[in-house]
Design a protein around this ligand. Structure first.
Ligand SMILES: [Zn+2]
Length: 348
């Protein structure tokens, strides 16, 4: 018998978390025409173009021969060669500078919907260096309790106080001890990445393991689980394989790649046919069942009683999105039963 998730039938609520994993594709989807100032959001393969590092790589390749295809392979090779330390420093700081300048456009983006569309019990894990998740958190603050957020490869807008084990926005003193904080390390795409040596990064991965162990719904948005990141793939797959609700849980993958490639990349992750693949964020469970993602999935799959969608499709500004979230948060605080009046007992 599979283990059932923690479902409060009196209130139609799930207590297990919804876990969201974000990759570069999520930021590209948030800014298809560039950020607020038109800066391009590169994929990991294209980082060297956007950050003006093409010439540097060309200069090294004139000596060493091809370093490989795309930023990931080139960077990894450069680290492996071992002697280009000054160049690697230059690449690191160019990438940090570029990503630090990025700003979310004013309009509602998937980042805003993910921040406000999840609840406190839920978690977001991003592989992205860009500051979008924190910018969305700041502009969406003050209306509802937010999910926890974690940075698996570091982030340009995050600082840490290792003494207090606190993370916060870059550029401010530690909110607990008042000392200056350290900038987040950015983990670059090298083969055999070590997620354990830096204590801050290690804590973020430990939070991911903890969340995946208990997750009832997992959304992977724009993260391709590259084969070069062996350690990340192994942690994701091994942890979720041991999730005792896995046979009841659902994975959704939002990715614009070919469906066969996506299925091949994630087949070790999901149980049987318990997955969905979508090419746009508007099809995601968070969008269609805003702040009620796990609960709505339980109503459909455990109770055979699907509930109407509740998406922010009529919302056009961040202010309106906050109002939409506030009304749902009020229902949560009132400890009300979700879907009291408008459920069709025969489904549909
Ligand atoms: Zn401190």
């Amino acid at each position: 018998m599979p283990t059932l998730p923690r479902f409060d039938v009196k209130k139609n609520r799930i207590q297990n978390p919804h876990v969201v994993i974000l990759g570069a594709g999520a930021s590209i989807a948030a800014c298809p025409d560039g950020d607020m100032n038109g800066l391009k959001l590169p994929s990991l393969q294209d980082v060297q173009h956007a950050t003006g590092l093409d010439a540097l790589f060309k200069r090294i390749e004139a000596v060493e021969g091809s370093l490989g295809d795309g930023f990931e392979a080139k960077y990894s090779r450069l680290v492996h060669i071992g002697k280009y330390l000054a160049e690697i420093d230059q690449i690191n700081s160019s990438v940090r500078d570029y990503f630090s300048r990025l700003q979310l456009p004013d309009r509602v983006t998937p980042y805003d919907i993910i921040i406000l569309g999840l609840r406190e019990k839920d978690s977001i894990f991003t592989f992205n260096w860009d500051p979008f998740l924190l910018q969305a958190l700041r502009r969406c603050s003050g209306v509802a309790s937010a999910p926890s957020i974690h940075f698996l490869h570091g982030c340009v807008d995050v600082s840490f106080c290792s003494a207090c084990k606190v993370k916060s926005n870059a550029g401010i003193p530690c909110p607990r001890c008042g000392n200056a904080m350290e900038a987040s390390k950015l983990l670059f795409p090298v083969a055999n990445k070590d997620y354990d040596s830096d204590p801050v990064i290690r804590d973020e991965w430990s939070a991911l393991r903890h969340a995946l162990d208990d997750a009832y719904f997992v959304t992977v948005f724009g993260y391709s689980a590259p084969v070069t990141d062996v350690a990340a793939r192994k942690i994701l797959i091994d942890t979720f394989s041991n999730n005792r609700f896995r046979e009841m849980a659902e994975i959704e993958i939002i990715d614009i790649r070919n469906r066969d490639d996506i299925e091949a990349a994630w087949s070790d992750f999901y149980f049987s046919h318990h997955y969905g693949i979508f090419d746009s964020f508007e099809h995601s469970q968070i969008y269609r069942h805003f702040r009620r993602s796990c609960d709505a999935f339980a109503m459909a799959s455990l109770q055979c009683n699907p509930v109407p969608e509740n998406s922010p499709s009529d919302v056009s500004t961040v202010k309106q999105l906050k109002e939409f979230a506030a009304s749902l948060f009020h229902e949560e605080r009132a400890d009300a039963k979700f879907w009291e009046a408008h459920v069709n007992p025969f489904g549909g």
